[in-house]
Design a binder for this molecule. Sequence first.
Ligand code: 5GP
Length: 190
Amino acid sequence: MQLLKERILKDGKVFPGNILKVDSFLNHQIDVDLLDRIGDEFYRRFADEGITKILTIEASGIGIACETARKFSVPVLFAKKTQTKNIAADVYTAKVESFTHGKVYDIIVSKEFLHKGERVLIIDDFLAKGQALIGLIELVRSAGAEVAGCGIVIEKGFQEGGELIRRSGVRLESLAIVDSMGDNGNIIFR
Ligand code: 5GP
């Protein structure tokens, strides 16, 4: 998605540890016009998939998921991150290791909102090692629902997540794939 790539080049900042910060338009301050265009693009790519629900993970995925859900006219469900030891019986749960914080936490969704027969589009802001997506896919499958695909705004193509997910047979669409990020802030797209 050319508009997104141009925005990353203009406003993205490269930090040590392979972190790309896009806080001025996606992860802190949000450019809602850009999100609207991102929603259009995900709709264009997944319109034929019979999507019944969009699943994301708090917090950064929620805005993107909402703009996308508006195009599909379906609800958004977001997985909550929790460190609670006793997980209740009325939730589906999976473990995720956070790329940015290094901690392992549980993600949960209520069984009330995810059902057998649903076709779920999973949306997130970044794809790095793939742990967040793997956890979300596990939640969907625990419910007996189907993963119709995954939509990622920025994939870091030099990390293993993209290959892991594609090799598993899940349809993955990333709107911008970063192939390298130099220390000098030089970002190269695939
Ligand atoms: P993964 O689970 O694929 O390793 O990492 C994906 C999650 O980590 C995303 O939900 C995102 O919040 C966070 N993340 C991974 N890499 C980056 C990055 O370079 N920049 C930002 N802002 N978040 C990232």
